[in-house]
Design a protein around this ligand. Structure first.
Ligand code: ES4
Ligand code: ZN
Length: 318
């Protein structure tokens, strides 16, 4: 039985398995530039973040209707339940869809229809986090935040994702301040491919959790700050290996991050693309880095502690 855990770094678009991509393409009369599931899976060979994002955004084109988003989210929740997930804080990328003419209502309506039955179907509680694409203009992020106002009862926070290098958190200071004024929680991808200074900028914007953050180890003062503030890192080991931020699983810095006293969590990022779901990430770490059962329990406990659940609920779950 997998350990009960929370998943805090999961892009719903990154759960699109090749089989579902073909099903949705067929349903929506879209011709994919691949003829078989195996041919598509063979394209999942990445050299860096951008090479992955190119395929990730290309495949989102099969997501057109509310039912498509519901089916995608249901499929994730079913897999998450089997991996021991009891609580999931799920990212979505509205601009990846609105830029193609898909209304925000369709995206949020489709995803939340699945979230609404997650507790009853699987015993999983859920939160939704809206990410801004940092490789698009900050003004577009602000427009997206404003467009989401009617849906803010369904959105717990905002994040920042997509191509990191050259797109520092400071560029989004205004939109993050506006999100905070709306009562939203703040997270941001930083220190995945980008330098430690991007992590520092994210903290200065008031971000409560750093997504990835592995490059903090290059800056001892930053590590000390993250430890003192108990800022969680949502680390995604299989993602880091597949996107070549880390050479092999045996080289992953997760033990060093834990030894530095950081609140480390383990997550799957884009599991359909990176070869495994969240418990597969725990298992890969256990196998290649010889983590002890106690370390694995600490990681699972950290995942609840780092969540946006209320304190009394965290107590029940840990
Ligand atoms: C992402 Cl692995 C990763 N990094 C940044 N942005 C993303 N969006 C989806 N997956
Ligand atoms: Zn991510």
């Amino acid at each position: 039985m997998p350990l009960p855990k929370a998943e805090l770094h999961l892009h719903i678009e990154g759960t699109l398995e090749p089989e579902l991509a073909f099903t949705l393409a067929h349903r929506n009369n879209i011709t994919l530039p691949y003829t078989t599931v195996d041919e598509l899976r063979a394209a999942y060979e990445f050299t860096d973040l951008q090479s992955f994002l190119n395929l990730y955004y290309a495949l989102t084109d099969v997501l057109r209707t509310e039912a498509d988003f519901t089916d995608l989210t249901r499929a994730y929740l079913t897999r998450a339940a089997a991996q021991g997930v009891r609580h999931a804080e799920i990212f979505f990328d509205p601009q990846a869809h609105t830029a193609r003419g898909i209304p925000l209502d369709t995206v949020i309506g489709g995803i939340t229809a699945a979230l609404d039955t997650a507790q009853a179907d699987h015993g999983i509680s859920t939160h939704l986090i809206m990410c801004f694409l940092r490789d698009r203009p900050a003004a577009e992020a602000m427009d997206t935040l404003n467009a989401a106002r009617p849906h803010l009862d369904r959105i717990i926070g905002v994040g920042l994702d997509s191509a990191e290098v050259g797109h520092p958190p400071n560029d989004f200071a205004q939109v993050f301040a506006a999100a905070r004024d709306l009562g939203l929680r703040l997270v941001a991808h930083a220190g995945e491919e980008g330098p430690p200074d991007y992590i520092r900028q994210a903290l200065d914007l008031g971000v409560e959790r750093i997504d990835h953050g592995i490059r903090c180890l290059e800056d001892p003062d930053l590590v000390a700050r993250l430890a003192a503030e108990r800022t969680p890192l949502t680390v995604c080991p299989m993602s880091n290996v597949r996107l070549r931020a880390v050479d092999t699983m045996a080289d992953h810095p997760l033990p060093a991050l834990m030894d530095a006293g950081l609140l480390v969590t383990v997550n799957s990022d884009d599991p359909a693309y990176f070869g495994g779901y969240v418990d597969d990430n725990y298992r890969a770490l256990a196998h290649h880095l010889h983590l002890t059962p106690e370390q694995l329990r600490t990681l699972a406990r950290n995942s609840f502690e780092a969540s946006f659940l209320p304190a009394d609920r965290i107590k029940e779950l840990t």
